[in-house]
Design a protein. Structure first.
Length: 226
């Protein structure tokens, strides 16, 4: 017997990512960047968060809102495998799923009370686009961690990174509190993995700026920030 489950957002995220391009591929990869969880009016009761301040980390269950109408496929092409090898959708974290739900682990930075928005949770390490709907929150506990876990094809690219160069004059445009986060995002190579054109200029939005860069081999150079 099947039962349809109707979900409604309890909150939305505020982040420095206005679009999908440039977002870290997993939560926790860029822990210096902060985001905020802002609750829908119906769920702004401080009582709903009683005890949460005693936890250090949080699970966010959220929706791939940009892909909700795109359908799904039994197999997908993981970016870290170059986009050429197919894996089963349930062996990946692809957004093109039967139910377009995401799961992210974040660090709780602070829980504050806004006079208009009610309780707001400041978190670090989120991999969500600005405005992403959040459907549930659950505290992270030590039992959630499995150090002995085997990570399948993800282990093949665990140490992958690019050397990032940002000219000082361009870097000075970015607020200092966001600079480490930008370096981290770029080092993870935000390009689609099947693209290897050294002459191509890529760009993505970041905290109100447009970051433009090129990649040659394993070296990434930022060429413009506007």
């Amino acid at each position: 017997m099947t039962t349809d489950l109707k979900l409604r957002p309890i909150a939305h995220i505020r982040s420095v990512f206005p679009s999908k391009f440039g977002i870290p591929r997993q939560s926790g990869l860029t822990e210096t960047l902060k985001s905020e969880i802002v609750f829908e009016e119906e769920f702004r009761s401080p009582e709903a968060l009683r005890g949460l301040s005693d936890f250090s980390h949080l699970w966010i269950i959220w929706g791939f809102s940009e892909n909700a109408e795109s359908g799904w496929s039994p197999t997908v092409r993981p970016p870290r495998l170059g986009g050429n090898q197919r894996m089963g959708v349930f062996a990946t974290r692809s957004p093109f799923r039967p139910n377009p739900l995401g799961l992210s682990s974040v660090k709780i930075e602070a829980i504050k009370k806004d006079p208009v928005l009610g309780p707001v949770i400041s978190v670090c390490g989120a991999d969500l686009m600005d405005g992403t709907p959040i459907y549930d929150l659950k505290p992270y506990i030590p039992a959630d961690c499995h150090p002995e876990a085997v990570c399948g094809f993800a282990d093949q690219t665990r140490g992958y990174s690019l050397a990032v160069t940002i000219p000082p004059l361009l870097l000075s445009k970015i607020p200092q509190a966001l600079q480490d986060g930008l370096f981290s995002i770029l080092s993870q190579d935000p390009r689609p993995s099947y693209q290897e054109d050294p002459d191509r200029i890529y760009g993505f939005g970041f905290a109100g700026f447009e970051i433009k860069f090129r990649v040659v081999g394993k070296d990434l150079e930022v060429v413009e920030i506007i």
